[in-house]
Write a protein that binds this ligand. Sequence first.
Ligand SMILES: Cc1cc2nc3c(=O)[nH]c(=O)nc-3n(C[C@H](O)[C@H](O)[C@H](O)COP(=O)(O)OP(=O)(O)OC[C@H]3O[C@@H](n4cnc5c(N)ncnc54)[C@H](O)[C@@H]3O)c2cc1C
Length: 569
Amino acid sequence: MARDTEVLVLGGGSTGCGIARDLAMRGLEVTLVERGNLTDGTTGRMHGLLHSGGRYAVSDQASATECIEENEVLREIAGHCVEETGGLFVQRPEDSDDYFREKLEGCRECGIPARVLSGSEAREVEPYLADDVKRAIEVPDGAVDPFRLCVANAIDAENHGARVETHAEVIDLLRDGDDIYGVEVRHDSGPGKRTHATPGTTEEITAEYVVNATGAWAGQIGAMADLEIAVRPSKGVMTIMNVRQVDTVINRCHPKGDADIIVPHETTAILGTTDEEVDDPDDYPEERWEVDQMIDTLSELVPILEEARTIRSFWGVRPLYEPPGTGTQDPTDITRDFFLLDHADRDGVAGMSSIVGGKFTTYRMMAEDIADHVCEKLGVSATCATADEPLPGSENIATLEAGMDDFGLRSPVARRSRQRLGSRAREVLETDEPNPVICQCEGVTRAEINDAIAQSGTDLNAVRIRTRASMGNCQGGFCCQNMANELHPEYDEETVREALDELFQERWKGERHALWGEQLSQAMLNYALHATTMNRDHDPARATSRVDFAAFDDGRAEGDRIDGLQGGR
Ligand SMILES: Cc1cc2nc3c(=O)[nH]c(=O)nc-3n(C[C@H](O)[C@H](O)[C@H](O)COP(=O)(O)OP(=O)(O)OC[C@H]3O[C@@H](n4cnc5c(N)ncnc54)[C@H](O)[C@@H]3O)c2cc1C
């Protein structure tokens, strides 16, 4: 029977997009389906650490070795998504000397370049480190933008002929006896370019082979064909500060514990994290004490964090997996390695494999492994090229270092645009039209916003992850409406308003966990701008009930007014 596609990839996170790119580059016909937007799963809710492997150098050397290998590859192929910050494993007086020694030896055993710094040398690198920090191990950790990297993979997959279908949720696996031959998806598209199909309709997509890359949701997909995939989702909290208190990744050098890492990321620093097993990756408590713990504990390493402004918090769920029978109790002890489950060998059900576990840092290696496996299954002999072929934007890293004055942008804006766009900077920014800055906090210009709109239509959250607009200090207070404005006149007013509300709602989700101090004032200002000035929570022009204009005279609603005061003052 003729199938719609050769390979169907389920899940639009880093793993799924990496697999789609790898297979499409090998010449296979690929379709990827994702239930939300790209990066809606764990990939969009992680720390942004490009692991050197140092974190696992004692406890999980297989993962540590994979991390350093891929760390080196990603610096080469995704330079415009990576910031080479370096990292420190910092020892406090109460932290064990033995463990410090083990960490150093572990790094060396795994091929991770590592150098010991004294306390004062470490403070020269990072002046805000606590005075009592004893010493540190320097490693090549980095910061990585997961949104940019994931989208670049999807774009390159499309450039090689893949179909990438977002807002398409797998609701069933198509199974004929012991053979899986495709999926049924339900389209939940929004307006604009997101509309691949009519929202609410379903579609059957058949394939020669199906790859389940749905991370923490892999078990739910397996259950559709009565396959047991025992993923152990583990949640972690992250808190974003309004500036970078550190420019180097700071890790606490201790065996394990919550709140032990700070990752500088673009204009911010991200504190993390925790590790707690949950039953459902879509439904778990997000608690205030988890945020407090980040700030309290990490202030022991960097004391100014105690007084600093927090702009938002968010949670992600790790797609941890360990082979049946391992039975690890503490999720921090579960391996960070990845596993390829061939359901034909494992369960006697042909046509599908799942890839589970792993890290963002190792997504490319995971994709290569499963792409090799799929090629073997389909009798294709093409080899992997993803470790050598740069992603779109990283083809010519020299453009990142070129002069700042091009495009008539002020230096910091030009520098940040170049960092984001890499070798695409000229193509995107060169315009005869006025090119004002739309997002002041992140220095994003109209040309960059319009480039993202051309890719993702009215989905302003997709524009956000491509550009970082609305991700800075004001959390969209001042730029959400500017972004929405760029959709007009191509899209009608109702569509533009809907897109604005969706973006604003998404920004609010993370802010509500940071409502104290200056961030509370910012949130109140954002509320005033959006709800009061723009009437976005209750547009009187659309309300069915009559507006009580009289209430404007004396500040009271009609029924509450006291006789005699009517029309007074
Ligand atoms: C708190 C935390 C911090 C982390 N920090 C780091 C770090 O700093 N560095 C690092 O390297 N790694 C880190 N990780 C791990 C890393 O984020 C993940 O391993 C990686 O992002 C997983 O990517 P994925 O593509 O496998 O899964 P996901 O990104 O979750 O992708 C799976 C996709 O499948 C989709 N999906 C689910 N069900 C369906 C369905 N029915 N139909 C269609 N699509 C569906 C989801 O929407 C999702 O987009 C962290 C993880 C957590 C939780």
